[in-house]
Each structure stands twice: as structure tokens, then as C-alpha cells.
Design a protein around this ligand. Structure first.
Ligand code: SF4
Length: 200
């Protein structure tokens, strides 16, 4: 694939056509990564990344994230396409997710939340879902941490723009590293949303 692409690029160059974008898509993740790595230092043209025909979600998102993400993390690639069997809106969301995960794009809230364990005494999943569904359309590049306990939660909560480390009865609210107040469990969602509003 790389040899064939190079042949085509050289043909175009011979015709003095240099307005080129190169895409080397394969359905296999390792082939995709290796192909782009091989060609990236051989030509000066922008590279369009994608794992083609990656399949339905979640398989397609996993394959695309690994393939595209591995290359972007090395500084390889200029445009991307996530190719899923399904709703194109999901392709775009997955693409933004890849860019956000690599700090290449940030225009909305990013959530940090723990997987929960025996220490978690609140319904963390419900809290995260409620807050996420309310702020996902707000274009504010914030980091919001929602952590399940006061043992391991404060670290992440302190580093976020807005964070909460839940306790047995509620949570401790952090804003840019400082403790703001203690909140009862029933008020956690409302309080987090109020704090997000203040960043508008
Ligand atoms: S932050 Fe606390 S509740 Fe969440 S996974 Fe870690 S130890 Fe468990």
C-alpha cells in the first residue's frame, strides 16, 4: 500500500500537481498504523487518518481510537474520519472524543469519574449521567471530576476546574483546587450545574 501510494504521489509530482492529501486506509488497525508511520517521513503532504470499515460500535470506535489515536499521539496525521456502521453522528462524536483524549481539541466539558468500588456510598453513575446530559451542549472547555469517595477522590477533584469527592452523606466540592463547601447527596447535581453556569 505504501509503495503504491508513493508511486501515485510521484506521478502527480511529475505533473506538477502538489495539492495532495494522502489517505492509506486499511480495515486492520496494525496495518493502518504501520502504513502511516512508514509514509509519514517520506512525503510532505497532509495525511488523512482512518481505519476503514471499522464495523459497528463499540468495535468500530475501539479500532478507530487505537488506530487514529496511536498515530496522532506520534504527531502523525492532519485530518481524521471515524468510519462506523451506524449513525454518522456517532462517527463525529467518536472523532471529537479521540481529539479531546489527546488534548488536541477542547470546547466542552470533559468528565473525569471513577469506576466506583466498595468505598462509594452514593449513586455516582446517576450523578455523572445527570450532570453530563445537562452540560454536553454547553461549549465551555471545563474539566469536571466526579469521584466516588473521600479516600481517593480528592486528588482528581482538586485538579479539575470543578470537582466533587463524594462522602457517605454527600460530597466535598472543589473549585480549581480549593475546597468550596460540603454538599448533601440530594444537592450534588444541582450544585455542580450551578458551578458550571458560573464559568459561562
Ligand atoms: S475514587 Fe474511591 S470510590 Fe472511586 S474507585 Fe477510587 S476508591 Fe473507589
Amino acid at each position: 500500500m505504501v509503495k503504491s501510494t508513493l508511486r501515485t504521489v510521484r506521478l502527480l509530482e511529475k505533473e506538477n500537481f502538489l495539492d495532495i492529501v494522502v489517505s492509506l486506509k486499511a480495515a486492520d488497525v496494525l496495518t493502518t498504523i504501520l502504513s502511516y508511520e512508514l509514509i509519514s517521513d517520506k512525503i510532505p503532504y497532509p495525511l488523512h487518518l482512518g481505519v476503514t470499515a471499522a464495523g459497528p460500535s463499540p468495535q468500530g470506535i475501539i479500532k478507530s481510537s487505537i488506530g487514529i489515536g496511536t498515530l496522532l499521539a506520534q504527531g502523525i496525521g492532519d485530518t481524521i474520519r471515524v468510519s462506523l456502521t451506524g449513525d454518522p453522528v456517532e462517527e463525529v462524536k467518536a472523532g471529537y472524543g479521540i481529539l479531546e483524549s489527546l488534548d488536541l481539541y477542547k470546547d466542552k466539558a470533559i468528565f473525569i469519574s471513577c469506576p466506583t468500588c466498595g468505598r462509594c456510598q452514593v449513586d455516582l453513575k446517576s450523578i455523572v449521567q445527570k450532570v453530563q446530559s445537562r452540560v454536553e451542549r454547553i461549549k465551555i472547555p471545563l474539566t469536571i471530576a466526579v469521584m466516588g469517595c473521600e479516600v481517593n477522590g480528592p486528588g482528581e477533584a482538586r485538579q479539575a476546574d470543578i470537582g466533587i469527592a463524594c462522602t457517605k452523606k454527600g460530597g466535598v466540592l472543589f473549585k480549581r483546587g480549593k475546597v468550596i463547601k460540603k454538599v448533601e447527596e440530594k444537592d450534588i447535581v444541582k450544585t455542580l450545574l450551578e458551578e458550571v453556569e458560573k464559568f459561562k
